[in-house]
Design a protein around this ligand. Structure first.
Ligand code: FE2
Length: 332
């Protein structure tokens, strides 16, 4: 069968991206533009305004770099969720417009599943357990009987959000994770903080509150609070990931999502996986954070197995879970 070529649009959170990829795994182009808030965290309406502003430029740059026109792609894919409503609407509107104007099928893509599929493609690991951590998501998931099943997730705030909020509140700015980690590496003393793993799920809101009040009390150096915070937060995730490996009998693990750029979390996971005789896959930074190529590639996989949605029935799904999506392109 001829490899299908799909244009994919990402706009779920802070990044607006356009990629073009084929169902056989060739990434033809990946152009992304990320909104950075002037102060505080991401404001959905401001991020959406950013996306509307950069969309024409990102789209034309992607087409130009790939050297093709919209007429030449087989379908248009778009991340319809999960994500922030105003942001999702920008990508969905552009995708619907392109589908109608050029008479192309529209392919709905779940953003989280796109992270998983681009991870499999870029690491070459076929059936890993995924640790997916980002500003808006924290979960441990793996494929089983037709779907990606959730083997653990945050009960409250995501890990990236926990670290970003801490960084902002103590004046380290955005993005928080690299700045908190930089200071954590200078920490000397571990101060016990709430380590909350319930069954297979984790909770980060109590940890954030305690870390902030510890810092504000003046009883600890910021470096030691950062060190204790990341040690506690990451260890919780490593514990859940290890149990998922043990339970499923799988030996491959992949860290992905925006926080996958974290060197400290990666090393912790690497030690755990190597102790078990397994393999850790590292997703290249260009594909670990939000990007258009992952939507294009996952759209191409889905479209080659008949997935599409009529434009008039397409709607954004801000709370779309990975385990709601049937995965016809994987047989095991
Ligand atoms: Fe993401």
């Amino acid at each position: 069968m001829r490899a299908l070529k799909v244009l994919g649009i990402e706009s779920t959170a802070h990044t607006f991206g356009v990629g073009i990829a084929t169902s056989s795994g060739d990434i033809l182009v990946n152009v992304n533009h990320t909104y950075v808030p002037r102060h505080g965290g991401i404001k959905p309406t401001e991020a959406a305004e950013h996306h509307s502003r950069v969309a024409p430029k990102v789209l034309s740059e992607a087409l130009q770099k790939a050297g093709i026109s919209v007429e030449e792609v087989d379908a248009v894919a778009v991340a319809l969720g999960p994500g922030m409503g105003p942001c999702l609407r920008v990508g969905a509107t552009l995708a619907r417009y392109l589908a109608l104007k050029f008479g192309k099928p529209l392919v709905p893509v779940n953003h989280a599943i796109a992270h998983l599929e681009i991870s499999r493609l870029t690491t070459g690991l076929e059936d890993p357990v995924f640790v997916y951590v980002a500003g808006g998501n924290t979960m441990v998931t793996t494929f089983n009987e037709g779907r990606y099943r959730v083997f653990g997730e945050t009960l409250d705030i995501p890990l990236g959000n926990c670290l970003d909020t801490f960084a902002r509140e103590v004046g380290l700015g955005f993005p928080g994770v690299p700045r908190v980690e930089e200071l954590a590496l200078k920490g000397r003393e571990y101060i016990p903080l709430p380590y909350t793993v319930k069954g297979q799920d984790v909770s980060y809101s109590g940890l954030l509150t305690h870390a902030l009040s510890l810092y504000r009390s003046g009883r600890a150096r910021l470096e030691d609070v950062c060190y204790s915070l990341v040690e506690t937060a990451y260890s919780m995730l490593v514990e859940v990931a290890e149990r998922a490996l043990a339970h499923t009998g799988k030996s491959q693990l992949v860290l992905t999502g925006g926080v996958a750029r974290s060197r400290i979390l990666l090393e912790k996971l690497r030690r755990m996986v190597e102790d078990r005789g397994g393999v850790l896959g590292v997703v290249p930074p260009e594909y670990a954070g939000d990007n258009g190529a992952m939507i294009a590639y996952t759209g191409a996989l889905a479209f080659s197995h008949g997935v599409r949605v009529p434009v008039e029935e397409s709607r954004i799904q801000p709370y779309w879970r990975v385990d709601e999506v049937v995965i016809p392109w994987r047989s095991r």
